[in-house]
Design a protein around this ligand. Structure first.
Ligand code: HEM
Length: 144
């Protein structure tokens, strides 16, 4: 049972990480190419957040919580991993809120507001990536 949940946890975390990388790539491709592209980008990012990123994030947290419930332990590595995972979750939820706000700015044609929210969203995105990579590395250490 535990092995099954651990596999599920790694798969959902991988989907989450893959989604973050894919989003970074389409952000790079479409940003700065004018209002039409940026409006499309804002809508696309919001749809991917709702359809893929948020479900993958929630499944990772649920399966991680379940794993901990099955075999609680209190090593330093575990606490660092928990910290990194929680940081990634919190930063990603902030990012999702900013992506939605950016879309409303784009739809309203408020391009100064769009640029402000966009910059904040990319800063939080970098925190998400760091948290995910740290949680992944520490998860591999826990597994070893
Ligand atoms: C807050 C979110 C998370 C929680 C609560 C959590 C919790 C856990 C727990 C309890 C374990 C089992 C550790 C053990 O007893 O050996 C685990 C393993 C693991 N986690 Fe997470 N995790 C979270 C997020 C993540 C993320 C974001 C990643 C990767 C991007 C990740 C990757 C892994 C890996 C690779 C393992 C090893 C699985 C194995 O033993 O086969 N986790 N996690």
């Amino acid at each position: 049972m535990r092995a099954l949940i651990a596999h599920f946890h790694v798969i959902s975390a991988s989907v989450w990480l893959g989604c973050v990388v894919t989003e970074a790539m389409f952000e790079r491709a479409l940003l700065g190419r004018g209002p039409e592209f940026e409006r499309t980008l804002a809508a696309l990012h919001w749809r991917v957040d709702l359809g893929i990123e948020l479900p993958a994030l929630l499944l990772t947290v649920l399966s991680g919580g379940w794993l901990f419930f099955l075999a609680p332990h209190w090593s330093a590595v575990w606490w660092f991993k928990f910290g990194a995972g929680t940081l990634a979750v919190a930063a990603n939820l902030a990012c999702i809120g900013l992506v939605r706000l950016r879309q409303t700015k784009a739809d309203a044609g408020d391009w100064a507001g769009f640029a402000r929210v966009d910059a904040a969203q990319h800063r939080w995105g970098a925190v998400v990536a760091l948290g995910l990579l740290a949680a992944l590395g520490l998860g591999v250490v826990l597994h070893a």
